[in-house]
Write a protein that binds this ligand. Structure first.
Ligand SMILES: C=CC1=C(C)c2cc3[nH]c(cc4nc(cc5[nH]c(cc1n2)c(C)c5CCC(=O)O)C(CCC(=O)O)=C4C)c(C)c3C=C
Ligand SMILES: [Fe+2]
Length: 387
C-alpha cells in the first residue's frame, strides 16, 4: 500500500482575541451556516454579523484565557493518532484541516499534495454528522477536488460519522463513570447530555441526520455505561432568531432543578475537545443558571481530548476505513443548492413583478437589520424600547 494520509477535519477557533472577528467572518460566510436567497448578500451580512458579534464573543474568549484551545488539542490528537498508527506498522501521516481558522483545510491539502499521499482517509473530529460541520468541510474539499487533477488522482475515502464505534462509546462511558463516582450519591446523579444545537430547519427541511444521530449516540452511551442513572438530552449554543433544536439546555436545567434534582453530570456530546462551549458556556454560564435554580452539585464530564481508548479507536477507524469500500463526496448528504438555510421567512407582498422584486429586497434588508439586532442585542429597536 502507498503512503497513507489521514486528514482530521475540525472547526478551528481564534488563537488570540484579534483573531475573533476574522474567525467569525469566515464562519458566517459559510453558506452551510447561513444561506441567504441572494448569494450577493452573504459577504456583507457576514461582515456585519461578525463585526457586531465580535465584542460579546471576545469577552467569552477572554474568560477562557484569551483564545480557543482547539488548535493545541487537535494537534495533540493528531500526534497521538500518528504515533498509534505507526506503532501498528502503517506509514501514515496525520494532517489537520480547520474550516474557519488556522491551519486551514486548504493548507493541509497543499501539504498532502507536496507529500504525494496516495491513499487518504478524511476523518471529521465530529462523531455525529451535520450539514453545518462535517458536511460543510466535505463540501469545501469537493470544490478543491473538482478543480485539481492532482487531487483527483488520490484514492480517498470519507468517514461521515462514527459515533457508534465501541471504543468511542467506552471512552465516553468511562469519563461519565469517573464523574458519577465523584458525587456524594452516585446513583442519584442525573446524566445531562448537552449537544451543540442546529436550527430546526436543518433537520426538517434540509434532511440533516444530526438530531437522530445525537439521540442514538446518547442511547448507546447510556447502554455502555450500564448504570441506573436517569438522563436527559438538551441542546446548547443557539445563535440568532430562528427556532433551534429543543429542549434548550438552560430550560432543561431549570426543569430538572424544579423536579428536585440536586446533582448533574453535564456531558458535552457533539465535540471531542475542550473548547469555548465547554469551558465558558457550560462551566460558567450554565453552572450559574443551575446553581441559581437550586442544583447543588454541577459537575462537568471532561471532553475526550487524547483519551487513550479514544485515540486507539480512531486508529482502528482509519484502518477499517482503508479496508472498506470508499465513500465519495457524491454519497454524502447535502442541502439543495437553492435551499434557504437560515433565515427562512418568505416575503410575498407587492402588486407588480418589479415591485415584488424591490419589496423582496427591502424586506430582506429589514430582516437582516432585525437579525443583526437580535444577534448583537443592540440597535434602533432596543433604543426605542421595542425589544
Ligand atoms: C457539532 C458541533 C457544532 C455544530 C453542529 C455547530 C453549528 C453551528 N455553530 C454556529 C455558530 C457558532 N459556532 C461557534 C463556535 C463553535 N461551534 C462549534 C461546534 C459546532 N457548531 C465549536 C466547537 C465552536 C467553538 C470553537 C472554539 O473556538 O473553541 C461560534 C463562535 C463562538 C461564539 O461567538 O459563540 C458561532 C457564532 C451555527 C450558526 C451553527 C449551525 C448553523
Ligand atoms: Fe458552532
Amino acid at each position: 500500500m502507498g503512503r497513507i494520509g489521514v486528514l482530521l477535519l475540525n472547526l478551528g477557533g481564534p488563537d488570540k482575541l484579534e483573531d475573533v472577528r476574522p474567525f467569525l467572518y469566515n464562519l458566517f460566510s459559510d453558506p452551510e451556516i447561513i444561506r441567504l436567497p441572494f448569494s450577493w448578500l452573504q459577504s456583507p451580512l457576514a461582515w456585519m454579523i461578525s463585526s457586531l458579534r465580535a465584542k460579546k464573543s471576545k469577552a467569552n474568549y477572554q474568560q477562557i484565557g484569551g483564545g480557543s484551545p482547539l488548535r493545541r488539542i487537535t494537534e495533540e490528537q493528531a500526534s497521538a493518532l500518528e504515533d498509534k498508527l505507526r506503532q501498528q506498522g502503517h506509514d501514515a501521516t496525520v494532517y489537520i484541516g480547520m474550516r474557519y481558522w488556522h491551519p486551514f483545510t486548504e493548507e493541509a491539502i497543499a501539504q498532502i499534495k507536496r507529500d504525494r499521499i496516495e491513499k487518504l482517509v478524511v476523518l471529521p473530529l465530529y462523531p455525529q454528522f451535520s450539514i453545518s460541520t462535517s458536511g460543510s468541510s466535505f463540501r469545501l474539499l469537493e470544490q478543491l477536488w473538482d478543480k485539481d487533477p492532482a487531487l483527483q488522482a488520490i484514492d480517498y475515502t470519507l468517514v461521515p460519522s462514527w459515533y457508534e464505534r465501541s471504543g468511542y462509546l467506552r471512552a465516553m462511558a468511562d469519563l461519565i463513570a469517573d464523574e458519577i463516582d465523584r458525587a456524594p450519591d452516585p446513583d442519584g446523579v442525573h446524566v445531562f447530555f448537552s449537544a451543540h444545537g442546529v436550527p430546526v430547519s436543518y433537520v426538517e427541511e434540509a434532511g440533516d441526520p444530526y438530531q437522530r444521530e445525537i439521540e442514538d449516540c446518547t442511547t448507546l452511551i447510556m447502554q455502555t455505561l450500564n448504570r441506573p442513572n436517569e438522563y436527559t438530552l438538551a441542546y446548547q449554543s443557539r445563535v440568532g432568531p430562528v427556532e433551534w433544536l429543543k429542549p434548550y439546555t438552560e430550560d432543561a436545567i431549570e426543569d430538572l432543578a424544579a423536579q428536585g434534582i440536586k446533582t448533574l453530570a453535564v456531558v458535552p456530546i457533539s465535540f471531542v475537545s475542550e473548547h469555548i462551549e465547554t469551558l465558558q458556556e457550560i462551566d460558567m454560564e450554565y453552572r450559574e443558571i443551575a446553581e441559581e435554580a437550586g442544583i447543588e452539585h454541577f459537575q462537568r464530564v471532561a471532553a475526550l481530548n487524547t483519551h487513550p481508548v479514544f485515540i486507539e479507536d480512531l486508529a482502528n477507524l482509519v484502518t477499517d476505513a482503508i479496508d472498506s469500500p470508499a465513500i465519495q463526496f457524491s454519497e454524502v448528504i447535502r442541502p439543495e443548492k437553492n435551499m434557504k438555510m437560515y433565515p427562512q421567512e418568505n416575503w410575498e407582498w407587492g402588486m407588480t413583478t418589479s415591485a415584488e422584486v424591490w419589496n423582496g429586497r427591502l424586506a430582506m434588508l429589514g430582516l437582516i437589520a432585525l437579525l443583526v439586532e437580535i444577534l448583537v442585542g443592540r440597535g434602533p429597536l432596543h433604543a426605542l424600547g421595542i425589544m
